[in-house]
Design a protein around this ligand. Structure first.
Ligand code: DQQ
Length: 657
């Protein structure tokens, strides 16, 4: 084995020790912490161009792709035997109920089933990502800040680890990192939501009242919009919710499919007539995705406006539409309230979750309050055909404005990419992403920046630093970071490429051979959740390509092909291009938390989330490596910082049983 590069010790923020008299949640605050946009990020890892050829053990590795393994697939409702246990696979009812099932591909049900041990499954549970104590979770709902607490509601199945019986789970936090689970906020108990209390959003009125609008699936499976308000607004924990006597407050309008009408947005005040607006996702008969707009003054009575907020041909049903302003002022560094008026220096972001491919797409553009229409700055990258929040597993996201941190915070549902059978075995499915601040990237002017909320840094424990490591082509360098199952990497690099490097064909992460493929100027980056022998590894990498016009383009990818020796998993290479401006090093921040790898390139211009399920690279066997598999470039890892991260407190509120 190649000896690991020793690190320079870099002190952590705290050692994570908790006193016996610990408060309900650890005390943390934003005080003294600069907003993420202004944080000085360590200069990153790999840039320059002085490469050599790598080689490494990668060549001998088997690239597993999904679909291996025969075996008869089990149908939902069947019992399957696994590791000596009989597992009941409950039936998901999503499609029947007019919403996507959102579970893993049927091909994975029992096909080539891996013999997961309890230790492997237990390792997959995360330490600082939000997840309920058990069962299935999907979309984040109605996030808000109220009387000193951040609230997160979420789609949850009280009865099992597959989608169904959807209720609203509820948790509160002081800092978006440590959470207390509260009793269910809303359950399906009326004819209008008996088939599910589906996704919704919160609006806080200037007088402090909260209007929670959400979709109900009725006893007939029709999608209607419903209103609920806190039953006791004096309770900062908002434990009880009262559904409006006026429900349903909206039913599908003529011409809109009964099951194509869902997920109301947070309302915004139209500056022209001072009435509230909400948008609701739908599609038309020609498969165009669209957002309807309603006007309301009291959240009970609504007028459908004659124009659509926006429509994009070919994008299908829009779920979980989100619509919010961002500051386009240079170095603004703060988020905007949802009702911030459009005008110079303010852009509006429109996001839709595309039901047909289950990805979250956004575009930046201009909102015209006079017509209640929104138009993208660049029609070539309109909603659903251009930029994504995340090029991996990330869906049904929602933002809210945090008035304390003066920031817009994004949550996304991170599903599983293992089999339903494995989810049932482990007793849970899905996570929420690390909450991310969202800002306009005023340097490029064409994309957002997403960055983990600054409070995540309070989880840092021991830190290690590695400076000036040279990676010749073909090299793999282990980093001596000890146990590496929950940690954060921040790396800056320069790639010094051979001037002679010729033009290459365009690169596409998802269609590529991943980190095992070799080009002149890529791939190079890090291998995380890897075992000593590299039989399991997840590669986070850059890949530069010189086009026929001589210009360099940079791609940022995450390769899970070899993330596990098990085959009953979806393994993919995710990624996209990432803008790198003149004078910038390449940079990446990676959060690894057991079965999730969440990565942010170039300060959050391009983000990728993967779920990984190793069988060997777990507990004390998980390692980190640097690699350069390009043939024609030397990479200098200028600065790499790795912090072990503490676990967050995520537990029941004491009296919530
Ligand atoms: N999830 C909810 C729907 C939404 C979908 C149902 C998106 O309201 O459209 O659980 O994942």
């Amino acid at each position: 084995m190649i000896p690991a590069v020793p690190a320079t010790v870099d002190g952590g923020v705290h050692d994570g020790a908790q006193s016996a008299n610990a408060p309900l949640l650890p005390e943390t605050s934003l005080k003294g912490q600069r907003p993420p946009a202004r944080q000085k990020r360590p200069s990153t890892v790999l840039p320059a161009i002085a490469w050599t050829v790598l080689l490494l053990a990668l060549a001998g590795l088997v690239v597993y792709r999904q679909g291996h393994g025969g075996g008869q697939a089990a149908a939902p409702g069947d019992q399957v035997a696994a590791a000596g246990r009989v597992v009941e696979v409950a039936a998901s009812r999503g499609v029947v109920q007019g919403v996507s099932e959102k579970s893993t591909a049927p091909a994975l049900l029992g096909g080539g089933a891996y013999d997961w041990t309890n230790a492997m499954l237990a390792w997959q549970r995360t330490a600082f990502h939000f997840q309920p104590q058990k069962n299935w979770m999907n979309d984040p709902n109605g996030p808000l800040y109220y009387k000193g607490w951040y609230h997160l509601f979420y789609q949850w199945n009280p009865d099992g680890a597959v989608w169904g019986n959807i209720t609203w789970g509820h948790a509160v936090s002081r800092d978006l990192v440590h959470w207390l689970h509260l009793p269910l906020a809303m359950v399906p108990d009326h004819w209008y939501d008996i088939n599910g209390v589906w996704t919704g959003s919160a609006t806080q009125l200037p007088d402090g009242r909260i209007m929670m609008l959400y979709t109900g699936s009725t006893e007939d499976g029709v999608q209607v919009q419903l209103l609920a308000e806190p039953a006791d607004p004096s309770d900062p924990l908002l434990r009880r919710w009262a559904k409006s006597e006026a429900n349903p407050v909206l039913v599908p309008p003529p011409g809109v499919g009964l099951t194509d009408f869902r997920d109301p947005t947070t309302a915004w005040l139209n500056p022209a007539d001072k009435a509230w607006r909400i948008a609701i996702g739908s599609k038309n008969q020609e498969h165009a995705g669209l957002a309807l707009v309603y006007s309301t003054e009291d959240f009970v009575h609504y007028d459908l406006l004659p124009t659509l907020l926006h429509v994009v041909q070919g994008t299908g049903m829009w779920e979980c539409v989100d619509f919010y302003p961002v500051s386009a002022e240079l170095a603004a560094g703060v988020g905007l309230d949802t009702s911030a008026a459009p005008g110079p220096g303010v852009k509006h972001v429109l996001k839709a979750s595309l039901d047909y491919d289950r990805n979250d797409y956004y575009a930046i553009g201009t909102y015209d309050p006079a017509t209640d229409r929104w138009a993208p700055d660049d029609a070539a990258i309109d909603v659903g055909i251009g930029l994504r929040y995340d090029y991996g597993k990330f869906y049904a996201s929602k933002t809210f404005y945090d008035p304390v941190g003066r920031r817009r915070v994004l949550w996304g549902w991170i599903g599983e990419s293992d089999s339903e059978r494995a989810d049932v075995l482990k007793g849970w499915a899905s996570l929420q992403s690390i909450p991310r601040t969202v800002l306009m990237d005023t340097k490029t002017g064409s994309n957002l920046l997403q960055w983990p909320v600054v409070e995540v840094e309070n989880l840092r424990m021991r830190g290690k630093r590695f400076d000036g490591l040279d990676l010749q082509p073909g090299s793999v360098v282990p980093l001596d970071v000890g146990r590496a199952t929950q940690f954060q990497v921040q790396a800056g690099a320069a790639a010094a490429g051979s001037v002679a490097a010729g033009a290459e064909a365009p690169y596409n992460c998802s269609a590529s051979a991943g980190a095992a493929g070799r080009g002149l100027l890529g791939p190079f980056g890090l291998l995380v959740v890897a075992d000593d022998s590299l039989s399991e590894q997840t590669a986070v990498y850059f890949y530069l390509v010189r086009g026929a016009d001589g210009k360099l383009s940079t791609h940022f990818c995450q390769d899970a092909f070899r993330s596990s020796r098990a085959n009953d998993l979806v393994k993919a290479v995710y990624g996209s291009s990432v803008p790198v401006l003149t004078g910038e090093d390449l940079s990446v921040r990676i959060l690894v938390d057991h079965s999730i790898v969440e990565s942010f390139a170039q300060g959050g211009r391009t983000c990728i989330t993967s779920r990984v399920y190793p069988t060997k690279a777990i507990y004390d066997s998980a390692r980190v490596f640097l690699f350069n598999n390009a043939t024609n470039v030397n990479v200098t890892a200028k600065s790499i910082k790795i912090w072990e991260l503490n676990s967050a407190y995520i537990r029941p509120y004491p009296d919530s049983s």
